[in-house]
Design a protein around this ligand. Structure first.
Ligand SMILES: *Cc1c(COP(=O)(O)O)cnc(C)c1O
Length: 232
């Protein structure tokens, strides 16, 4: 199927999932994950009206962004290495992968130098997997206050990349857990954390039912990736 047709179908399904959950479809943003796909393929989605794109590798994104319209909104969804923060911050509208207090502090300092106020999501290792980056719930409980006091980073919410489940219905509990953690942190911190970045090609409808405000959809738009090694 064509990219435009896939995208139309996904928007349709996003709308239905939102309505099913008693939410307005506009409450859910669709990020199209363009990692591994070249600019000319991304352009097909742009031509179909897509504006927000996600990339997981800074180097790859920095090569692609100048080849595409400057009106696009790029989000970083993979781990941000310290030595690339200075290049990443000006390029991305939001960083979904703030995964430690150290990185947050460092990025805050660079943002201050650059005069930027980046929107960030705190990445939660919701399944507490060895192989994945992210805060545990307990770590966030301890670190939240400090993270909210950072001068430049605007903490908008939480992001997760839950354990891979063979049946997408089994992902529901992870999404519900992220939302519950968010609710708890909001109550404790006394600040709104409206953003929930969760759900991918195989399970975005379930994520929306559990409160996702932004879903990250790649292969359902562009087809399978040749190399789909995730950098998380
Ligand atoms: C690759 C990736 C996605 C998109 O995955 P699909 O299954 O292709 O939709 C979403 N989020 C992150 C963090 C990713 O690395």
């Amino acid at each position: 199927m064509e990219v435009a047709a896939q995208l139309a179908e996904i928007r349709e399904r996003v709308g239905s999932a939102a309505r099913r959950a008693g939410r307005a479809p506009e409450e859910v943003e669709v990020m199209v994950v363009s990692k591994t796909f070249p600019a000319e393929v991304v352009r097909e989605a742009v031509d179909a009206g897509q504006v927000m794109f996600g990339e997981n590798k800074i180097q790859e994104a920095l090569g692609k962004i100048p080849l595409l319209p400057s009106t696009l909104r790029w989000h970083l969804i993979g781990h941000m290495q310290r030595n690339k923060v200075r290049k990443a911050l000006p390029a991305f509208e939001a960083i979904h992968s703030i995964d430690s207090v150290k990185l947050a502090n460092y990025a805050d300092g660079i943002a201050s130098e650059l005069g930027l106020s980046p929107r960030v999501y705190l990445q939660v290792n919701i399944g507490e997997e060895e192989s994945k980056h992210g805060f545990s719930g307990e770590e966030l409980d301890r670190a939240l206050e400090a993270l909210l006091q950072l001068e430049r980073l605007e903490v908008t919410g939480l992001m997760c990349l839950p354990p891979a489940e063979s049946d997408p219905r089994d992902s529901r509990r992870w999404f519900a857990a992220l939302r519950a953690l968010r609710d708890r942190l909001e109550a404790r911190g006394g600040v709104p954390l409206p953003g929930l970045s969760m759900g991918m090609s195989g399970d975005f409808e379930i994520a929306i039912e559990e409160g996702a405000t932004i879903v990250r959809v790649g292969s359902a738009v562009f087809g399978n990736r040749k190399s789909n090694k995730r950098e998380v």
